[in-house]
Design a binder for this molecule. Structure first.
Ligand SMILES: Cc1cc2nc3c(=O)[nH]c(=O)nc-3n(C[C@H](O)[C@H](O)[C@H](O)COP(=O)(O)OP(=O)(O)OC[C@H]3O[C@@H](n4cnc5c(N)ncnc54)[C@H](O)[C@@H]3O)c2cc1C
Length: 318
């Protein structure tokens, strides 16, 4: 836990992330978790995944823009992503972050831009998903999601099992009939609002999984279980079997480059698997969060940095 917190803290330090960013794409270690810096690279990775029977969700890395002009640029980029997915006939969607669309500047600005993206996606018969960020944004994200989904019906939302409030939030979301991505939660939250121990987060993840699948059986939710934890995946599969749910009524999601063995297992079991494909020049904080989730990942970064300075051989981790 100490190492996780330390790496997470480092991920917020610009000096550290800039240093890593100078080396990461050049010597290749960042490519393990990031599809590339350009949309073209992300589309190439997506084409490969789709040809293996996976769906994709493209995510343009970056958070918390501080000007309206920057938010508008991000919005234009998201629209281009949907159009390119469509033009290339790729199965999948895009995942957006509301802080990239100006949520820190003006909630209505962020709402109107999320809506414009959803409108363009709907015109192409496509969906979008909204990531859930830190708890300071949960209420705003729910409000914006609710209004856009009620109007257009093509949006999905991530919810976090580590937050105490999530079960209640699902009650609120049930009437909207949406795709709900269940994640454990990636931010550092206070013990006043979030489970801190892995076993408590896992227990809540299981409980919410059952709740979502029961909702799916009643036609309320389309659940997406986004986890690399085999116990969570196995629980969802067992619950779906108990409820005799068709495989089209739920899906699994995993992140590009992480637990590719499990990705293969889920795919082989005949379950739908959507791979979250992150790309962009601002990849370093995201990359560091992936390292903090599994400090063992740090070794392959260290190995490649050492290799560059001639101290060790460069062996990418598997
Ligand atoms: C598709 C997708 C979308 C997501 N969207 C959001 C979001 O919108 N908001 C949010 O807060 N969080 C999001 N997350 C992140 C999530 O909250 C967790 O932080 C992350 O998935 C790690 O939790 P886990 O469920 O995989 O289980 P953990 O208990 O953390 O890990 C279980 C096992 O998975 C493997 N594993 C996990 N992480 C890694 C890694 N980085 N490298 C290698 N192996 C690993 C290890 O084998 C580990 O033992 C998303 C995750 C996924 C898969």
């Amino acid at each position: 836990m100490l190492i996780r917190n330390f790496i997470f803290w480092l991920s917020t330090k610009r000096g550290v992330t800039d240093r890593i960013a100078r080396h990461g794409m050049k010597n290749g270690f960042a490519r393990r978790f990031v599809a590339g810096e350009s949309l073209e690279e992300a589309l190439r990775a997506s084409q490969e995944l789709c040809s293996q029977g996976r769906n994709v969700s493209l995510n343009h890395l970056g958070e918390n823009v501080t000007s309206e002009a920057a938010a508008r640029e991000v919005r234009a980029g998201y629209i281009r992503m949907v159009e390119e997915l469509h033009a290339k006939n790729l199965t999948g969607n895009i995942s957006i972050k509301l802080t990239q669309l100006g949520l820190d500047i003006d909630k209505d600005l962020s709402r109107s831009m999320a809506r414009e993206i959803a409108v363009r996606a709907a015109a192409l018969g496509r969906t979008i998903e909204m990531d859930m960020e830190g708890s300071a944004y949960t209420d705003f994200t729910l409000d914006i999601f609710e209004s856009v989904q009620r109007e257009l019906g093509n949006c999905g939302l991530a919810v976090q099992a580590y937050l105490f409030r999530t079960e209640k939030d699902l009650e609120r979301l049930a009437p909207i009939k949406a795709k709900i991505r269940l994640v454990k939660g990636a931010y550092r939250e206070s013990p006043k609002i979030a489970f801190q121990k892995k076993r408590d987060v896992d227990a809540n993840y299981r409980k919410l999984t059952s709740l979502l699948l029961e909702g799916a059986a009643e036609g309320t939710f389309l659940p997406a279980f986004a986890s690399h934890d085999w116990n969570m995946v196995a629980h969802a599969q067992a619950e779906a079997a108990r409820l005799k749910l068709a495989k089209s009524r739920y899906e699994f999601q995993m992140i590009y480059g992480i637990r590719r063995d499990l990705q293969e297992q889920v795919h082989r079991a005949g379950d739908t698997l959507q791979v979250y494909v992150p790309f962009g020049t601002d990849w370093c904080p995201y990359f560091m969060r992936r390292l903090s989730e599994r400090p063992a990942n740090c070794w392959f970064v260290l190995r490649s940095l050492l290799a560059e300075s001639g101290h060790a051989s460069h062996q990418p981790a598997t």
